[in-house]
Write a protein that binds this ligand. Structure first.
Ligand code: PAF
Length: 280
């Protein structure tokens, strides 16, 4: 497995692949890898001749300084996991390699996909994500890129960025990896106690409850019930929302939308967790 830190060092690797006509799959990560990331890599390995993973904690997408400071760094473990999984290359640049001396987001028109939910509660987050993903796409030039559906709003935004800048990259949304109790795999789970990991399963339970009950209640009434269920738990709900699966428009009436997702953000032991799934 080759490990690169500088953009210029990637060029031999890329030329070699181009000479062989080999396709490159890309998985963008911020490290602290878990089974969910490995499932993205596995998919990339199965669909491409070579796969590259980036490890880069992107400063511009954090709207809370303490979130950036507390982000888990586990580089040695990450590299071992990637090597064992059969990854071809890793790109782990220092911040200045990506941002030069101007660590700020670009103005990119996200056509409203960044409105609501993560966009509302993490102002500036998606500008930071769009900026870094665009830069990685331009530097790495993969044929395919794999993103987890746990960050569903992000997947739509990344697809939009590839299209907006005419980047010839197929962006693939990959189903969320979950533990057997339903909890979505996330690097943030590393900060939860065993009790927290158990209590956090309410997020998945409530998504399943919504899926089972949405036909009997309108969106507002369903959200009110879910808020009550969270009040009786140890988690602090930040939002529960129903959004159109394609445009992320907030759903006011089920009958106006062909496909809807439920999206939740909640704090467990001070750690912010998000999840979503399709309602119908
Ligand atoms: O989902 C993430 O881990 C990040 O938002 C990403 C896509 C690696 C960009 O920094």
């Amino acid at each position: 497995m080759q490990v690169f830190q500088r953009v210029k060092d990637l060029s031999d690797f890329q030329q070699d692949l181009a000479a062989k006509g080999a396709s490159l799959g890309f998985v963008a990560t911020m490290g602290a890898l878990h089974e969910g990331h490995l499932s993205l890599l596995k998919r990339s390995i199965s669909e491409n001749e070579a796969s590259i993973v980036s490890i880069f904690v992107n400063p511009t997408q954090f709207n809370r300084a303490e979130d950036l400071q507390n982000y888990p760094i586990r580089t040695n473990e990450d590299l071992q996991l990637l090597e064992a999984a059969g990854c071809t290359a890793v790109f782990m640049p220092p911040v200045e390699e990506i941002y030069g001396d101007s660590v700020k987001s670009e103005q990119i028109d996200l056509v409203g996909l960044d409105q609501g939910m993560e966009g509302e509660f993490r102002p500036g987050h998606f500008e930071g994500v769009a900026t870094v993903v665009k830069r990685f796409f331009e530097i790495i030039k993969p044929q395919r890129a794999y993103f987890g559906n746990k960050d569903y709003q992000q997947v739509l935004i990344v697809k939009h960025v590839a299209k907006l800048f005419n980047l010839p990259i197929e962006v693939v949304g990959v189903p969320t990896s979950r533990y057997s109790n339903g909890l979505a795999m996330s690097s943030r789970n590393f900060r939860l106690s065993e009790k927290g990991m158990e209590e956090a399963t309410i997020i998945h339970q409530q998504m399943m409850w919504a899926r089972a009950n949405y036909k009997d209640l309108n969106p507002e009434a369903l959200k009110a019930q879910i808020r009550l269920h969270f009040k009786a738990s140890n988690l602090e709900l930040e939002y529960v929302e129903f959004a159109d699966s394609e445009g992320m428009h907030i759903v006011k009436e089920w009958s106006n939308h062909k496909s809807v997702r439920i999206l939740i953000a909640a704090f467990c032991e001070g750690v912010r967790l998000i999840d979503n799934t399709s309602l119908y």
